[in-house]
Design a protein around this ligand. Structure first.
Ligand code: AHG
Ligand code: MN
Ligand code: MN
Length: 357
C-alpha cells in the first residue's frame, strides 16, 4: 500500500473517532427535548428494542454454525403459517427483554394468538408493544435479509377478555414505530412522530449509532415492489397499474420476500410497495397492527403515504388482533398513481350498475 493510501486511511479512522456518536437513547431524548417521565419512558423502550435487535442480530449472524437456529419448529401459528425456529427465538427475545423493562404490561405479536400479559409490570407498565419478531422468515434459511417490525402504543382502557380489544384503534395512535433490518449491517429505523431516523449497529461497540437523521422519501421513485406471481388473483385495477408500469419507461421491479427490506429500499430511493387483496385472501397477507400500521406511520413521517386502497392506512381500525389489510405504501406520487387505478375501477363499476338498473 502506498504511503499516501495509509495516510488517508488513518485520516478517515481519526475522523470516525472524532465523530459525534449519537446513541439511540440519547437521540430519543434530544428529539423530545425533554427529560420528563414520558420522554424517559420512550427512551428506555427504544433501548429495550435495540437490545432485542442486538440479540436477534447476533443469532442471525451465526445461524449456519449454531445447532437449532435454522429450519421449522413443526408448529403452525395463529396465521396458519409454518413457524420457523428463528420466529420463535425472536418472539421470545422480545418477551424476555420487555419482562425486565417494567414499562410494558403487554406484548402482542404475529406468533402469539392472544396478547402476552406481564402481570408484574401492569401496575406501572403503561405501554403495549406490538411486533413482528421476524419479518420475511422465508429468507432466514437462505441467509438473505430479514427484519423485525415494532409499534408502541399507550395502554388505554380495559381488556377484560385479554383479546387486545382496546388496541382496535387507528394507527395514528402509535407513539413510536419502526423496524430493524438485518442485512449486511443491522439497522434500526424509527419514528416517535418527529421524523424518521436511522441507526447502524457497530458490532465492535455493540451500539446503534445514528447514521441518517430526518430521512425524506423521494416524491416519486422507479421501484414497484409486488409479488407478480399473484397477478391473476388481483382486482383488475391492480393488474392495470402493473400493465401501466410495464408499458412506461423508468420503472423497475424489486421484490425480496421481506417487507422490511423492500420498504427500506423505497424509503431511501422512492417507489411503491403493494400487497393487494387476492381472490384467496381478499384482505391480502399483511397484518394491520404489527406490520402495515407501523410502516405506514414511519413512511408518513418521512413524507410518503400509505393506503389500503380505500382509505389512508392509518385511519383503518381493526376488529381483531391479527387482522390483515391490503397495503399500498411508499412515495406520495406513486401511491396516488395506484389509488387512481382503484378509483377508476370503482367509478366504472358504479356506471355499470347504474346502466343496468
Ligand atoms: P412474515 O415472515 O412475517 O410472515 O412476513 C412475510 C411477509 C412480508 O415480509 C413479505 O413482503 C410477504 O410476506 C411475502 O409474501 P409472498 O411470499 O406472498 O409474496
Ligand atoms: Mn412479516
Ligand atoms: Mn413474521
Amino acid at each position: 500500500m502506498a504511503d499516501s493510501d495509509t495516510a488517508s486511511l488513518e485520516l478517515s479512522y481519526d475522523y470516525a473517532l472524532d465523530r459525534d456518536c449519537t446513541t439511540l437513547s440519547r437521540h430519543v431524548l434530544q428529539q423530545l427535548q425533554s427529560f420528563g417521565p414520558d420522554a424517559q419512558d420512550l427512551s428506555a423502550l427504544m433501548s429495550r428494542i435495540a437490545l432485542a435487535a442486538k440479540l436477534i442480530s447476533r443469532r442471525l449472524s451465526r445461524a449456519g454454525l449454531v445447532e437449532g437456529a435454522l429450519g421449522f419448529t413443526g408448529d403452525i401459528n395463529v396465521q396458519g403459517e409454518a413457524v420457523k425456529k428463528m420466529d420463535l427465538f425472536a418472539n421470545e427475545v422480545f418477551i424476555a427483554v420487555f419482562k425486565q423493562s417494567g414499562l410494558v404490561c403487554r406484548l402482542a405479536s404475529e406468533e402469539m394468538e392472544k396478547p402476552y400479559y406481564i402481570p408484574e409490570n401492569c401496575p406501572i407498565g403503561r405501554y403495549t408493544l406490538l411486533y413482528d419478531p421476524i419479518d420475511g422468515s422465508s429468507n432466514v434459511d437462505i441467509n438473505l435479509n430479514v427484519g423485525s417490525i415494532f409499534s408502541i402504543r399507550q395502554q388505554s382502557g380495559d381488556d377484560p377478555d385479554q383479546t387486545g380489544a382496546d388496541l382496535f384503534q387507528p394507527g395514528h395512535r402509535q407513539l413510536a414505530a419502526g423496524y430493524v433490518l438485518y442485512g449486511p449491517s443491522t439497522m434500526l429505523v424509527y419514528s416517535i412522530g418527529t421524523g424518521v431516523h436511522a441507526f447502524t449497529l457497530d458490532p465492535s461497540l455493540g451500539e446503534f449509532i445514528l447514521s441518517a437523521e430526518n430521512i425524506q422519501i423521494p416524491k416519486h421513485g422507479p421501484v414497484y415492489s409486488v409479488n407478480e406471481g399473484n397477478f391473476w388473483q388481483w382486482d383488475e385495477a391492480i393488474r392495470d397499474f402493473t400493465r401501466y408500469v410495464h408499458r412506461h419507461e423508468g420503472y423497475t421491479a424489486r421484490y425480496s420476500g421481506a417487507l422490511v427490506g423492500d420498504i427500506h429500499r423505497i424509503l431511501l430511493q422512492g417507489g411503491v410497495f403493494l400487497y393487494p387483496g387476492t381472490l384467496k385472501d381478499p384482505e391480502g397477507k399483511l397484518r394491520l397492527l404489527y406490520e402495515s400500521a407501523p410502516l405506514a406511520f414511519l413512511i408518513e413521517q418521512a413524507g410518503g403515504s400509505a393506503s389500503t386502497g380505500l382509505q389512508p392506512l392509518l385511519d383503518a381500525i381493526p376488529t381483531h388482533l391479527h387482522q390483515r389489510t391490503p397495503l399500498i405504501i411508499g412515495s406520495k406520487e406513486d401511491v396516488a398513481l395506484v389509488e387512481s387505478f382503484i378509483q377508476e375501477q370503482s367509478l366504472n363499476e358504479r356506471d355499470r350498475v347504474m346502466l343496468n338498473s
